[in-house]
Design a protein around this ligand. Structure first.
Ligand code: XMP
Length: 520
């Protein structure tokens, strides 16, 4: 348990509940999302929230048996903000009326205008001279009568009760979603709400770092911990934090499968071992992995081979570390949030491609997950606090199977060497043009075709490659990055001149969907 002021988000199943948490974390407020099924009276006592938010949700409060918060939530004397479904639930629970959808629903951009009475919740709203604010609506049902004690503070054409509040009890109810981008002033509304609730903004990374270190020490005692270090942001920050907490009780294993980028192993091992003094075992298993992958061209078979070998290799090295009782994982908060499922009870989302899946039980290890309260952007802030170089923290994601899935068809050492060089030139170009941080992920794929070219007086017959660069938020959907033609021309020229073995460059302009980010 943290000692921070805590805000509870009761999740009724909205697609955007996580965004509420992110907005609040940005305001230095510690909050947790819990599915409504789990929020019992006892839970509320234990959690002791300083404020509560009811999320939106897909159900209709007019349906018997629809999701509810416990009555006790209203009796705690803490401020509550109800959003969309959460607003309707609040109104109905407190004596108002909600009508089921009839005719059309209201989805998308809408504009709210204020009543004459101004409230603190809306401080900073309606100031741009238009007399209205843009908000994002997404509802079928609507409140037809507000609960006793509530007043209306803003309306929209489709929602006469767009913003209502009972100022005595500090209950606020909004029909729209202030957490989404399309409610441009939504952040101010959250800011006002948490100020009213008395939050002091005590969720800072500096404070969290000290707390997390103490927590790790309490959990681990004097036992040894092992950690699979990949050089990605999550495992790097987890390792740095653990090292600060328990020093040499931590041993990291960096598995080199021969499918890494140019100089990657040296950079990662060099930084953690030589620069930061962590115990790092550099498992040089290139021959094992590349041997097993010989002649394999099916992408899923490649993944299975690499995943299985990774676990075998990690276990082999871990077995040699005497007294290891914990395995560290860079699990993040979005991996552990229980989501509301309407087909059954709450369900847990777990990363599907976890590198060390199943290992802890097999090896009799307990898990230590020092990042499980953090969102990805918070992990980056923590990494900076811990002194990791910006170049590590801002790195593009890199898949566990590495270059194997950027080399469609059979993998050979020759192709991997060519690919590494081309990728290094491409990334160098992107950095030189100041574009690295604008792009979510960029890489080269070497294609399993040779093409004819002419260089100097001679004919060439070399590989073609594809450059890929995408923007994305979470990798689930992606758009190709709109490089200028000049950039693409210059980059193709550099790759073809500097990388022996490639004589043709293409740029992949497929979005996801229908494509995927990786080629395999
Ligand atoms: P796709 O290609 O599915 O990629 O659009 C989405 C994101 O996931 C990464 N990726 C993987 N990461 N093991 C991983 O650890 C994998 O097998 C794997 N496949 C794809 C990909 O790099 C992108 O960031």
């Amino acid at each position: 348990m943290t000692q921070h002021d805590r805000l509870l988000i009761i999740d009724f199943g909205s697609q955007v509940t996580q965004l509420i948490a992110r907005r609040l974390r940005e305001l230095d407020v510690f909050c947790e999302i819990h599915p409504y099924q789990n929020v019992t009276d006892a839970f509320l006592d234990a959690f002791a929230p300083k404020a509560i938010i009811f999320s939106g949700g897909p159900d209709s409060v007019t349906r018997a048996g629809s999701p509810r918060p416990p009555k006790k939530a209203y009796e705690l004397g803490v401020p509550i903000l109800g959003i969309c479904y959460g607003q309707q639930v609040m109104m109905q629970d407190l004596g108002g009326k909600v009508e089921a959808r009839h005719g059309s629903a209201e989805f998308g951009r809408a504009y709210v205008t204020p009543s004459d009475d101004r409230i603190d919740l809306l401080a900073g709203w309606f100031l741009d001279g238009t007399g209205r604010e843009q908000v994002w609506m997404s509802h079928g049902d609507h409140v037809s009568e507000i609960a006793p004690g509530f007043e209306v503070y803003a309306t929209s054409p489709g929602a006469p009760f767009a913003i209502t509040a009972d100022l005595n009890r500090r209950f606020y109810a909004v029909q729209f979603h202030p957490e989404v981008h399309h409610t441009p002033n939504g952040r101010t509304l959250y800011e006002n709400f948490i100020r009213d609730a008395g939050f002091t903004g005590d969720w800072t990374m500096g404070a969290y770092r000290e707390e997390a270190i103490q927590k790790i020490r309490d959990q681990v005692g004097d036992a040894k911990v092992i950690c699979a270090l990949s050089g990605g942001v999550d495992s790097s920050v987890a390792a740095a934090l653990l090292h600060e907490a328990i020093g040499d009780q931590l041993t990291c294993v960096f598995v080199d499968h021969g499918l890494l980028r140019l100089n990657e192993a040296e950079e990662v091992v060099g930084m953690f071992r030589d620069h930061m003094n962590l115990r790092v075992i550099h498992a040089q298993e290139q021959d094992l992995f590349l041997g097993e992958l010989e002649g394999v061209s099916d992408p899923e078979t490649k993944r299975k081979i690499i995943g299985k070998l990774f676990i075998d290799v990690f276990q082999k090295y871990a077995d040699d570390i005497e007294g290891a009782r914990f395995l560290a994982q860079g699990t993040l908060y979005p991996d552990v949030i229980e989501s509301v499922s309407f087909s059954g009870g709450p369900s847990v989302t777990i990363k599907s491609h976890h590198n060390v899946g199943g290992l802890p039980e097999k090896m009799g290890l307990k898990l230590v997950e020092p990042l499980r309260e953090l969102f990805k952007d918070e992990v980056r802030v923590l990494g900076r606090e811990l002194g990791l170089p910006a170049s590590f923290i801002g790195r593009h994601p890199f898949p566990g199977p590495g270059l194997a899935i950027r080399c469609p068809g059979e993998i050979t050492r020759e192709k991997l060497d060519i690919l590494r060089k081309a990728d290094a030139v491409y990334i160098d170009q992107i950095r030189k043009h100041g574009l690295y941080d604008e792009i979510w992920q960029a890489f080269v794929a070497i294609l399993p075709v040779r093409t004819v070219g002419v260089m100097g007086d001679g004919r060439t017959y070399d590989y073609a490659c594809a450059l890929r660069a995408v923007t994305s938020v979470d990798g689930m959907t992606a758009d190709y990055y709109p490089f200028s033609h000049d950039f693409l021309g210059e980059t193709a020229t550099r790759i073809i001149n500097e990388v022996k073995g490639i004589n043709r460059c293409t740029y992949d302009i497929t979005s996801k969907p229908p494509g995927t980010i990786e080629w395999e």
